[in-house]
Design a protein around this ligand. Structure first.
Ligand code: NVA
Length: 301
């Protein structure tokens, strides 16, 4: 049987996504530890910093009865002294499942090609599938479902979270509205979302008007060089989610994958408001990742 990876949501069918969300809801409802991954090891590879991905995967494994290992790629031989092929073949002999947070998406595809165990994308420059699986669980909890709902994303849309929101939204029947500067640099990368569809509305006030969710992310993703910060702040400031924008539409909830730079893409009054669900999103990373681990490992509970 072909192993199941989660590299991008493009590889997953609509039914796979709803399976994971339903399972995550059940795990969250039942709360108790299920020792179904007893004796299993998750190897976590990190080339970029992490708070939520690292902790939520580690604790998810622990609560499922398994074990997680953190491996900092800055100390590794990968791509320097050792080929991706050798690296991947070796790590797959030690572990049952691998999660990787990397820069180049191509690199995770290569690891998955050579590793004989499932590989899960914990963020690359192109995608962040685990984030949006947790986000859709949050949307379901807050809004009762995600079909026909509208998510308006404001800010830097040439972004891993946005790409995954588009891919997931297209599968679940959720409309994705992008409001960003009208320049290639800030728009979703068409090569990365394949035939993914979204609506572009340049004016942020119009974009949020009928939205159910207003979403933003950092203007300085990990791979963006510090030298671009000044220019980006100037370009993206009109897309800041502040009280003025947020209160145009009093029914929408506010979402952010975190880490947030308060005062840049979002202001305190919005992120701290009653309609902000950012901490619920962070928590739901863990429940949905438990469901992803079980699905990739083919474990039925
Ligand atoms: N777009 C952000 C997400 C961080 C979780 C980044 O890549 O830095």
């Amino acid at each position: 049987m072909k192993k199941r990876d989660l590299l991008s949501l493009e590889d997953w069918k609509k039914s796979d996504i709803s399976d994971v969300i339903i399972r995550a809801e059940k795990l969250k409802r039942n709360r108790k530890t299920v020792n179904v991954l007893n004796g299993k090891t998750l190897l976590m590879l990190f080339a970029k910093p992490s708070l939520r991905t690292y902790l939520s995967f580690d604790i998810a494994m622990y609560q499922l009865g398994g074990h997680a290992i953190f491996y900092d790629l800055s100390h590794s031989t990968l791509g320097k002294k050792e080929s991706i092929k050798d690296f991947s073949k070796v790590i797959a002999r030690y572990s049952d499942v691998i999660m990787a947070r990397l820069y180049e998406h191509k690199q995770i595809e290569e690891i998955a090609k050579y590793a004989d165990v499932p590989v899960i994308n914990g963020l690359t420059n192109y995608y962040h599938p685990c984030q949006v699986l947790g986000d859709f669980l949050t949307i379901k909890e807050k809004l009762g479902g995600f079909q026909k709902k509208k998510i308006a994303f404001l800010g830097d849309a040439n972004n891993n979270v946005v790409h995954s929101l588009i891919l997931e939204g297209n599968r679940t029947g959720t409309e994705i509205i992008i409001s960003s500067p009208d320049k290639k640099e800030y728009l979703p990368n068409p090569k990365v979302i394949a035939k993914g569809k979204y609506k572009y509305i340049k004016d942020p006030k119009k974009a949020v008007k009928d939205a159910d969710v207003i979403y933003t992310d950092t203007w300085m993703s990990y791979q963006v060089p510090k030298s671009q910060e000044k220019k980006r702040i100037k370009m993206l400031k009109p897309y800041q989610v502040n009280g003025k924008i947020f209160n145009i539409n009093k029914k929408a909830i506010f979402m952010h994958c975190l880490p947030a730079k308060r005062g840049h893409e979002v202001t305190d009054d919005v992120i701290d408001s009653k309609r902000s669900v950012v901490y619920q999103q962070a928590e739901n990373r863990m429940w949905s990742e438990k469901a992803v681990l079980l699905k990739c490992l083919g474990v039925k509970t």
